[in-house]
Write a protein that binds this ligand. Structure first.
Ligand SMILES: Cc1ncc(COP(=O)(O)O)c(C=O)c1O
Length: 364
């Protein structure tokens, strides 16, 4: 007998099969039309079931954030993996090399110290490692910010026989904080152009630079000039969420992941309390263009904003039409956090049936 959504205990996380498939196809088509390779960031879900669908839809490889995520992807048959966060701890470096035994693994470097540490471990194991240099295109997180610094780092990497320079990358996550949708498009385009120019600048300085990789869902969808870029690494696009709706890069109908919760209290006429809190939803709200105004948007039975969160409580301060015991479906503000915190997620069809239940391998 098919399990129904109505039979699942709440709070529970649902993924619409139809919307997921449509998001996968749309991004694959966008990349084809732009002439760039797609290497999705799978930290959004960490689900081999979705990674396989992404590869099937046309992705050439995947992106992950940690050696552990790389190992998980490799265990599930992914053969081309980019770890797009610097690794500096010796234990983690060894874990990376373990994964690199069986797959094409690329790692991120943004400092001479980081490059030398990786080279030392790689040389000791006689296993050359592919690296990409991280460029800061405005996010002010990791990455070198000038062509001069990038060229110097690239020359140092080229001088380390245990490393193979594969290209450069950036994460233009600052576009989420743009003032509005138009500003987001402007900032996304500027970041993508900046990385393209860095690649050209490196080559002009005589440094080989194969891959030029940008990565964020809003920029993959909206940037208007991808000249010089070879690859994009969007992650969130598989689900979309409240932040993408707020910043205008997705519609509510494009959001594949939702949470079902139950009203557990109606302590005042305008206040309703749900049995879901930050332990499942996280506490992101987004900012500026991506600010959702709360921690989740109740979609059904009526739109209303989750205004306050506790670990296991979610409060709607301007509640309408909700009664104790009623189930509601809500759109989380940041889907990547929910997929990460949930122990299981249910793939569902449009008729209220549960097609499959996937477990979060982080807890396996
Ligand atoms: C290095 C890197 N690449 C790509 C992405 C994907 O961006 P998005 O979550 O906007 O899809 C992220 C997200 O944090 C990231 O850190």
């Amino acid at each position: 007998m098919t399990t129904r959504i109505a039979d699942l205990p709440t709070p529970c996380v649902l993924i619409s099969r139809r919307i997921l498939e449509s998001n996968l196809q749309a991004m694959a088509e966008r990349c084809r039309s732009l002439g760039v390779r797609l290497r999705p960031h799978i930290k959004t879900h960490n689900l081999p079931e979705i990674a396989q669908r992404q590869l099937h839809a046309g992705a050439g490889g995947v992106t992950v954030a940690t050696p552990q995520e790389a190992a998980l992807a490799a265990r599930h048959g992914v053969r081309d993996i980019f770890v797009a966060r610097e690794v500096a701890d010796r234990v983690d470096l060894c874990a990376l090399l373990d994964v690199a035994r069986s797959v094409h693994l690329i790692t991120a470097v943004d400092s001479v110290a980081g490059a030398e540490a990786l080279a030392e471990v790689a040389a000791a194991r006689e296993m050359p490692m592919a690296v990409r240099l991280e460029v800061d295109t405005g996010g002010q997180r990791c990455g070198v910010a000038t062509l001069e610094a990038l060229t110097a780092l690239a020359r140092r990497v080229l001088a380390l026989p245990a490393l193979r320079l594969e290209g450069i990358f950036t994460h233009e996550g600052h576009v989420y904080g743009a003032a509005d949708h138009q500003d987001l498009i402007r900032q996304a385009t500027a970041a993508v152009q900046a990385l393209g120019a860095m690649g050209a600048g490196l080559r002009a300085a005589g440094v080989p630079c194969g891959e030029v990789s940008v990565g964020s869902s809003p920029s993959a969808k909206t940037a208007t000039d991808f000249r010089g870029v070879t690859e994009v690494r969007p992650g969130n696009y598989v689900f979309n969420d409240g932040m993408q709706v707020a910043n205008g890069t997705a519609r509510i109908e494009d959001c594949a992941l939702s949470v079902v919760a139950t009203v557990i209290s109606r302590p005042a006429p305008d206040r309703a309390v749900l049995n879901v809190g930050s332990k499942l939803l996280g506490s992101d709200r987004g900012k500026n263009a991506s600010d959702t105004g709360g921690y989740g948007l109740v979609l059904e039975p009526e739109r209303q904003v989750l205004t306050r969160l506790y670990e296991e409580h979610g409060v709607i301060d301007a509640a309408t039409g909700l009664r104790v015991g009623q189930r509601v479906r809500l759109l989380p503000t940041h889907a990547c956090i929910v997929a990460n915190l949930a122990r299981t997620v249910a793939l569902v069809d449009d008729r209220g049936g549960v097609v499959e239940v996937w477990s979060n391998r982080r807890y396996a």
